[in-house]
Write a protein that binds this ligand. Sequence first.
Ligand SMILES: [Zn+2]
Length: 321
Amino acid sequence: MPGRRTIGVDMGGSKLLAGAVDTGLSVHHRAYRSLTGLDQSSLLDVTVDAVEEARESSGGDVEAVGFGIPSLIDQRTGRAVISVNLALADIAFADVMAERLGLPVLVDNDANAAMVAEHRAGAARGCTEAIMLTVGTGIGGGLILRGELYRGAIGSGAELGHTVIDLDGPPCQGACPNRGCVEAMASGTALAHEALRVAREQPDSGLGRALSAGDELTGPLVTELAFDGDPAAGGVLELIGTRLGVAIATFVNVFNPQVVVIGGGVIAAGELLLGPARATVAQRALAPSRDEVKIVGAHFGVEAGMIGAASLAFDGVTQRG
Ligand SMILES: [Zn+2]
């Protein structure tokens, strides 16, 4: 008998991962797509195509599809109300996808989905209070309070990435009207901006040489240079980790979590990012919360959102059944 499967889809600000997942949260097929520069219509087409690929290669019976999308969602209707970093706004996303795919569809915020995966089977397993930050194109936030995912009154919480860490900081990204948000100052996008600034200031550094060679100073390149020992690249990661730490210190004070889990593409930098974040929390957060909290990388890495979305889709099937 073929096994039960759901498809989990993590739509980041620039790329999509769709995976066929079983009830034990093992992944049987992965489909990747770029979303950069797509308008809403093309975005929907590309998404349907990726889900179909994962479905055909799933090796089982696909029962439902779960989406983690980087959007504020009205959980009463499944509508994506607004997205900071993606061309997805004012659309009945769940209904549109259910009709096009012919499968039950569940939609949640991408960082909420990542939090669910880490809470059920990853770095926040067994915790009653936990925080997730997904650091990629933007910064997503997820919260477990009293053992349950916290979504706010209508499902559009918890946007921890839009916590201000600098009153006079740079304007935030996309649809956010604020400035100095941790998303504007410590996301993968901010990391690339800082890397460019440092490369221009220090043309003889590894970063500077990469820039003059015509390389795009992306998060992965900065991380690679830092691991190779370039102090300029290491300094950029330290700055980003410190800024994350400033925001995390506030979250630690407010929520007294047992664990803060960092996911998203930027966490490939590992301790180069986590070390400065921990040091900043130790300096700035209040005792005793600061002494109890663990700050760790996501167990599921960049796949947390996809796996969480698939896990939520299984819940939906169970509730309907
Ligand atoms: Zn913001």
